[in-house]
Each structure stands twice: as C-alpha cells, then as structure tokens.
Design a binder for this molecule. Structure first.
Ligand code: NAP
Length: 248
C-alpha cells in the first residue's frame, strides 16, 4: 500500500519542516523527490544527503515560488529533464503575523504572493504535464487557520483559506484527466514556523487541542503520502484535517 516507486514528486519548501518530512516520506515509499527551496540551499542539500544515505532518490532545486513565471518555467524544466511529474506538493509557505490595524500592504502582498500565487503557479505548471499523462496528484498545504481563523493572522489565514477554494476549483477542472487535487490542513506543527512561540503560548495551544499536543511533521507527511498514492485515486477536492481535533 502507498507505494510511490517510479513516481517523480516535487515538494516545494522541501528544505525544512513539513516539506522535508514529506520529501523523506515520499522517498521512503520509493519516489524520486525534487526538494524545492528558496534561500535554504544548504538545508535542502543536507535533506537530500539524508534521503540518499537512507537509500532514497532525491535532488534539490531552487524554486522560489514568489516569482510566478520563473516558478512555472523551473517546474516545466524539471519535468522535462526527468521525463515525468506525478506528484506536486505546494508546501512552501510563510507567515507574517500582526494585528489587523498594523497589517501593512507589503505584508499582505508578500504572504499572498508566496502562499497563494506561488502555489497556483506550481499547480499550473504541474497540470500542464499531468494533463498529457492523464494522471497526477496535486496537494496544497493549507492550515487549520484557513478554516477557523486566528487573531493576528489575517494575511496568513486569507492565504490558507484561499487555497481551499483553489483546491476545489482545480479538482473540478481536471477531474476528467484523472488529476486529483487535495489539501492538507494541519493544526500546530513543531517547526521553524512555530518556534517563535513562547513555551507559555505552546502550552496553552496544546491545552486547546483535544489530543493534548502539537503535531509532528511526520504526521503531516503521512497524510500527504496517502493523498499522493494510487490508493487515494477516488479522493479529490478534499481538505484532510490533521489537527488533533482542534477544529472539527
Ligand atoms: P518552515 O519550517 O518555516 O519552512 C518553510 C519552507 O518554505 C522552507 O522550506 C522554505 O524554504 C520554504 N519557503 C519559504 N519561502 C519560500 C519561497 N518564496 N519560495 C519557495 N520556498 C519558500 O515551515 P513549515 O512549518 O514546515 O510549513 C510548511 C507549510 O505548512 C507552510 O505552507 C505552512 O503555512 C504550512 N503549515 C504549517 C503549520 C505549522 O504549525 N508549522 C501549520 C499549518 C500549516 P527555505 O528553507 O529555502 O527558506
């Protein structure tokens, strides 16, 4: 079950955190994984080394998703060079937090530019390849914050809620080509993104989660493996919650 042998996957934001865990999990299931990074070349290379030393197949490619046209071109080039693209995980994301009254236009543009426009660019490039193959898996990394909102995260919540609409629209558009399009909506995951929180904030978050703890990146990766697999062929337009019961 969940065998990804002979499949090529691109994971944006694969250098760290959830993206790295997804890349490792895909490689463990047999996929050839392209880890995208923006500035973290060293981290991406070290993730590749760790995958290769565990017997997997991977490479790192700079895919800064804040530039739409360049992103699409890079993904098209990678797919051409490797001869296929079976799985895309649009995982790259940033958060710029702050109360609404302090939210600058630049902050809003930056967050939407990476989290929303960047993900759409990746999907567009992937769809072009997958349409010809008449099969494919696209997975967007949304968030529980896109479903329930969060004070101080207007820009981030907007970008993640938008991805749920994007997921359903693209799922409808390309279902006839057997391309499935789904989202994962993680709760709080212990990564660089959430490391800025104080211990007190983390404790109060954990207390608000029915399962009583935050998630590991591997737990999010497991959901991505399922959605990427042949076994999930009949699942499309879905947002898979991996949030410890935080939002039901
Ligand atoms: P992270 O540890 O901060 O890692 C972010 C990743 O995104 C890095 O690999 C980074 O690449 C990449 N990235 C940032 N800007 C980029 C850009 N312009 N172009 C390409 N890549 C870029 O974050 P994370 O916690 O793993 O989050 C991964 C995804 O899950 C994000 O979409 C996030 O919103 C979502 N998520 C996270 C949580 C959580 O609690 N952590 C919860 C729900 C959803 P570089 O290393 O090259 O900078």
């Amino acid at each position: 079950m969940f065998d990804l042998s002979n499949k090529v996957a691109i994971v944006t934001g694969g250098s760290r955190g959830i993206g790295r865990a997804i890349a490792e999990a895909f490689a463990a299931q047999g996929a050839y994984v392209v880890l995208g990074y923006a500035n973290g070349e060293a981290a991406a290379q070290s993730a590749v080394e760790s995958i290769v030393s565990a017997g997997g197949k991977a490479e790192a490619v700079r895919i800064d998703v804040s530039a739409m046209a360049a992103t699409e071109q890079t993904i098209a080039d990678v797919a051409k060079r490797l001869g296929r693209l079976d799985i895309l995980v649009a995982n790259a994301g940033i958060s710029v937090d702050g109360l609404l009254l302090r939210l600058g236009e630049d902050d809003l543009d930056r967050v939407l530019g990476v989290n929303l426009k960047g993900a759409v660019a990746c999907a567009r490039a992937a769809v072009k390849v997958m349409m010809r193959a008449r099969t494919g898996r696209i997975i967007f990394m949304s968030s529980v914050v896109g479903e329930m909102g969060n004070a101080g995260q207007t820009a981030y919540a907007a970008s993640k809620a938008a991805l749920l609409g994007v997921t359903k629209s693209i799922a409808r558009e390309y279902a006839s080509r057997q391309i499935t399009v789904n989202a994962v909506t993680p709760g709080f995951v212990d990564t660089d993104m959430t490391r800025a929180l104080t211990d007190q904030q983390k404790t109060s978050i954990a207390e608000s989660i029915p399962l009583g703890r935050t998630a590991t990146a591997r737990e999010i990766a497991a959901a991505a493996v399922y959605l990427a697999s042949d076994e999930a062929a009949y699942v499309t337009g879905h947002a898979l919650r991996v949030n410890g019961g935080m939002y039901m």
